[in-house]
Design a protein around this ligand. Structure first.
Ligand code: AMP
Length: 201
């Protein structure tokens, strides 16, 4: 919703890494093993990947970064890169209760062909376990198993939560949005208001 209304690309490091795994090769195998364990992939690899993507022409007017930066090292790298180009960032902190996160992720299903996301509780497909758009059987992401989700939450606490303080301390706008029990449209509206961009009117 956000990228549509702003006309800028959605850049998800998780999606980019999953593409890498599909392309296989040695790096893909190592990345896949790290992701399946719930740990974070190395800063060097992710920083380089993002830097290359942000240099593409479609990102010249702005972009929405999703899942990045996730460590202080990544935040420092990104800040330097943005500063060098005179780009001002807004940080949106989507605050969600851990029990809600676990319920959302364990219920998440995805179409392996077109990428459409479902949730067996809140947004099920019309026909049980088949994609509405192309009829493909839906899959569970390898890292959406409960024991891996707990590892991912631990990585968040230890490595990603400090990133919020980093941005606050550097004078950047950090907007906290409660995303626990509101529909996506309401969360989007709160973000839109926080960004206050004319593009979205
Ligand atoms: P996501 O799709 O954003 O939930 O990310 C899934 C997994 O990809 C994470 O648990 C990490 O293993 C890896 N990953 C995604 N983004 C990053 C990042 N910025 N830094 C390190 N690892 C990442």
């Amino acid at each position: 919703m956000l990228t549509q209304c702003m006309g800028v690309p959605h850049i998800s490091t998780g999606d980019m890494l999953r593409d890498r795994i599909r392309q296989d090769g040695e790096v893909g195998t190592a990345v896949g093993a790290t992701m399946q364990s719930g740990a974070l992939v190395s800063d060097d690899l992710v920083n380089l990947m993002v830097q290359e993507r942000l240099s593409q022409p479609d990102a010249a007017r702005g972009f929405v970064l999703d899942g990045y930066p996730r460590t202080i090292g990544q935040a420092e790298h990104l800040s330097k890169w943005l500063e060098g180009r005179g780009i001002r960032e807004v940080v949106i902190h989507l605050a969600v209760d851990y029990n809600v996160i676990i319920a959302r992720l364990t219920g998440r299903r995805q179409c392996p062909r077109c990428g459409t996301l479902y949730n067996i509780a809140s947004q099920p497909p019309r026909v049980d376990n088949l994609c509405d758009l192309d009829g493909e059987p839906l899959v569970v992401r390898d890292d959406d198993r409960e024991e891996v989700i707990r590892e991912r939450l631990e990585a968040y606490e230890n490595q990603t939560r400090p990133v919020l303080d980093f941005f606050s301390a550097s004078g950047c706008r950090v907007v906290k949005v409660d995303a626990s029990d509101h529909p996506p449209e309401a969360v989007f509206e709160k973000i839109r208001q926080a960004i206050e961009t004319d593009d979205c009117s």
